[in-house]
Design a protein around this ligand. Structure first.
Ligand SMILES: NC(=O)c1ccc[n+]([C@@H]2O[C@H](COP(=O)([O-])OP(=O)(O)OC[C@H]3O[C@@H](n4cnc5c(N)ncnc54)[C@H](OP(=O)(O)O)[C@@H]3O)[C@@H](O)[C@H]2O)c1
Length: 249
């Protein structure tokens, strides 16, 4: 995220003064791309910046905040699931800047369409972050930590889990010398159907049809993959259950 955010800020003509990263190879590379200074030492952070962005792994954030003291500078983290209060030991002015998107370092991303969820300790900080976010995107949401956590949970189901399911499909096809791109139009159409809302209405497949023979056949095909079999059973069970709750059974 630090790479994508750094590049997006730079492209908007904003000055990124400095990049911190414990790994010089990575940090120097990003700093050079966005015309910033680089440090691998937290005590060398440039003081008095308008904003400090902590785009680090959630597990390290807790340790990082005990080592950072930035007085009254505005400091944000970028996590979907971590409370705003975690930043209280760092500064009196704190916020959250959470872009709802999946970022991989080498995949190009256009920030214009990415929703950014903001939270801040005061209306002044909220205003500052809103102005910044609006330089990057058309879609800005002011949400407290509880609501942001729910958006993040939704994102895990909608993106992280579906990607894992794609990877299972990829493996099953590859094992049989079949290319994943046979499924690509299906994957893209399924994503496009999301715009229609009422998503369970879009559900197709053997479980929602109650097609027992096909379910049995798929179970047999998964005999060598007990883990995938378990996932198949669980999701099919829930689709069948949901189908009966929705009065389709
Ligand atoms: N990726 C996404 O799709 C995405 C989307 C929205 C929000 N976010 C949020 O953005 C934040 C960063 O996520 P990410 O996906 O960019 O994570 P990431 O690619 O794993 O990068 C984590 C960063 O934290 C640093 N770090 C981890 N442990 C450290 C330690 N013990 N000491 C010093 N540095 C350490 C890593 O340094 P090294 O480079 O040296 O390993 C790296 O720079 C998280 O809060 C995440 O929830 C991510």
């Amino acid at each position: 995220l630090a790479t994508h955010l750094g590049l997006a800020l730079f492209r908007q003509g904003l000055t990124v003064l400095q990049v911190y990263n414990r790994t010089p190879g990575k940090g120097r590379k990003l700093a050079a791309r966005i015309n910033a200074l680089y440090t691998d030492n937290l005590s060398d952070l440039v003081p008095g910046a308008d904003l400090y962005i902590l785009a680090v792994s959630d597990s390290w954030l807790g340790q990082l905040v005990s080592r950072l003291h930035l007085k009254d500078s505005l400091v944000v983290h970028t996590s979907g699931s971590v409370e705003l209060e975690i930043l209280s030991p760092v500064s009196s002015r704190t916020g959250v800047f959470y872009p709802v998107q999946t970022f991989s370092k080498h995949r190009k991303i256009n920030f214009r369409d990415i929703p950014i969820c903001l939270e801040a300790e005061s209306p002044e900080s909220e205003m500052k972050l809103t102005k910044l976010a609006e330089r990057l995107t058309r879609s800005v949401y002011l949400l407290d930590s509880g609501k942001r956590g729910l958006i993040h949970l939704g994102a895990v189901f909608a993106s992280n889990f579906t990607n894992y399911l794609y990877s299972i499909a990829e493996l099953l096809l590859r094992e049989n010398d079949l290319p994943l791109n046979i499924l690509e139009p299906l994957i893209l159409q399924t994503a496009r159907n999301v715009r229609r809302g009422n998503l369970f209405e879009n559900q197709t497949g053997p479980a929602v049809r109650g097609d027992i023979q096909v379910l049995e056949k798929h179970r047999r095909l998964l005999a060598d993959h007990p883990d995938y079999h378990e996932i198949y059973e669980l999701i099919s069970k829930h689709i069948i259950l949901n189908r009966s709750l929705n009065g389709k059974l």
